[in-house]
Design a protein. Structure first.
Ligand code: HEM
Length: 512
């Protein structure tokens, strides 16, 4: 009976996302796309990334374990990670709370659940839509409950200097607390703007009318061709996310399993007391992170390192330095497994590309940086054996998408960015101070983290902030050389949001 109920709950909601906006109106002035039934899923699993669980597998898992994550009630982007070809972030300000609530109530069938995203491809809408609210957005709607997260309550702008940001680089839409919410709209289409995404944006504009004003919009997209799934510096992304109990039906070798409450508010493992209506929501840390790609390429070439045998060309030495800054080669292969050369087959294999923890027999975890510098991006943000592999609380699910154009030939030849590109960075966690914020402040920005090493690891060279920007261990021939690394990632804005469950939207957020 229990199993039957779970099936019924999940499958009866497969049609969520196919409401009035789920299938474009062929007579619409936005008749920009071919009208045909969807045959492929909305989400794209890029090479090297973990496969998505199927709906049936999750139902079986929950039935077997006696757990029940109501994935038809959890917004779709939270648990699936970085798997979008196109994603638009539509930031809005609420002008008229009453009209907004009425419009949102009618729009709920278009808010896409996790169950819908995992349903058979033909049952999925043409694009998914999720919605999230800032603290001032909830207040504008008359919701004054303390959600149990002080960073969320104050907003990211108030936290920016704690994160290490310079407020001078923050763009005006994000400076302050004017953003009340954001729609996330994503799909698998490769072509840019005449897409289902822009069709859905038009739907939002017509549904919500003057009850909201667009404050900012970021049109993000996976990079083209072989770079799909790679961020703008060229490194495969979206490889390592934690497995979530009750959702992940397989655990990949080396993958950390976190209780569902590390990600979802109100679930087992959530550390705060919150209003009951926040069950199955999450906090989203959004960051607009500009990337100085030609400058990064030029700097790694100028500072190209050599392997112990002295056999590398300058370009190979630059790639080697970049790999040591990240802890992974551009293919995604971890330097902890393949320290001297890239191994694209390893990078593309989710069964082995996460199967390491920086510890090796006959090597000292406190002094040996020959495979991976202590300061490397993936070591600072997930220290694995440096914290005895016991850490499950400081994990979050990363679900961002690159934005901005490819580097032009003139930018490449002048080593200077003239166009804005970077990462529309998203992390989901039940407590901001344990997830994104902890990774940024306590780990990336903290020179003596990981602790108890024989040298000071230094600042994380990609997203670490602070002064001096010295990262140690990048040069394997002489790990004691400290590199003063220019800031290639510039935070230009962001906000903390709460992503409610779908029933919380109906029962609380749109209730008057
Ligand atoms: C533009 C900025 C950023 C770029 C280009 C970037 C790029 C990458 C890449 C290439 C990986 C390795 C692939 C993977 O494991 O998925 C990675 C992993 C990761 N990044 Fe970032 N990242 C950025 C910002 C951040 C920020 C701001 C944080 C948190 C404060 C963060 C946290 C992580 C975490 C937790 C991992 C997984 C580490 C692991 O489990 O091995 N990243 N990132």
């Amino acid at each position: 009976m229990h199993l039957f109920n779970i099936f019924t709950a999940a499958f009866s909601l497969l049609n969520i996302g196919r409401g009035v906006l789920g299938v474009p109106n062929p007579n619409s002035e936005h008749n920009l796309v071919e009208r045909q039934a969807r045959t492929t899923p909305i989400l794209t699993v890029f090479p090297g990334q973990a496969a998505l669980p199927t709906l049936a597998d999750i139902i079986n898992l929950n039935a077997t374990n006696g757990t029940f994550l109501p994935i038809q009630n959890i917004q779709g982007d939270i648990l699936v990670g970085m798997k979008k070809q196109l994603e638009t972030f539509y930031f809005f300000h609420i002008n008229d709370p009453a009209s907004f609530k009425t419009a949102l109530n009618s729009y709920v069938p278009t808010i896409t659940s996790t169950a819908t995203l995992l349903s058979p491809a033909s049952s999925q809408p043409l694009a998914f839509v999720n919605i999230a609210f800032s603290s001032t957005g909830l207040q504008a709607l008359g919701i004054t409950d303390d959600l149990g997260d002080s960073q969320f309550s104050s907003g990211m702008y108030a936290d920016a200097t704690n994160l290490g940001d310079s407020l001078s680089t923050w763009e005006s839409p994000f400076a302050g607390t004017n953003i009340h919410g954001v729609f996330l709209i994503g799909t698998d289409q490769l072509a840019p703007q005449d897409s289902y995404v822009s069709f859905y944006v038009s739907g939002i504009v017509s549904t919500f009318g003057s009850s909201i004003t667009e404050v900012d919009r970021i049109d993000a997209s996976a990079r083209p061709g072989d770079e799909a799934g790679h961020e703008h510096f060229g490194f495969l992304d979206g490889i390592s996310n934690p497995a979530v109990a009750g959702f992940s039906t397989t655990v990949l070798p080396g993958q950390t399993v976190v209780p569902s409450g590390t990600i979802l508010t109100g679930r087992l493992g959530d550390v705060a007391l919150r209003p009951s209506w926040t069950l199955d929501g999450t906090f989203m840390a959004f960051r607009k992170l500009q990337q100085k790609v030609p400058e990064f390429d030029a700097w790694t070439l100028e500072n190209a390192i050599q392997n112990p045998e002295g056999t590398l060309t300058v370009q190979q030495g630059a790639d080697y330095l970049g790999a040591r800054m990240f802890g992974r080669w551009k293919s995604g292969a971890p330097t902890d497994i393949t320290p001297l050369v890239d191994d694209p087959t390893l990078g593309a294999d989710p069964q082995s590309n996460n199967n390491f923890d920086f510890a090796h027999a006959n090597s000292s975890l406190i002094s040996d940086q020959s495979r991976c510098p202590f300061s490397a991006h993936i070591r600072k943000t997930n220290p694995r054996a440096d914290l005895a592999d016991a850490n499950t609380i400081n994990h979050a699910i990363r679900a961002g998408t690159p934005y901005g154009p490819e580097v032009s030939s003139s930018e490449a030849s002048s080593n200077t960015s003239t166009q804005d590109r970077g990462m529309a960075f998203v992390e989901y966690q039940s407590t901001i101070g344990n997830g994104f914020r902890f990774q940024q402040i306590n780990w990336a920005n903290t020179a003596n983290f990981p602790p108890l090493k024989t040298v000071t690891p230094g600042i994380e060279p990609i997203v670490g902030q602070g002064s001096p920007r010295t990262a140690d261990g990048l040069n394997p021939v002489d790990p004691s050389v400290g590199y003063t690394v220019p800031q290639f990632v510039i935070p230009t804005g962001g906000e903390y949001f709460f992503v409610p469950s779908i029933s919380a939207i109906t029962d609380v957020i749109t209730a008057s």
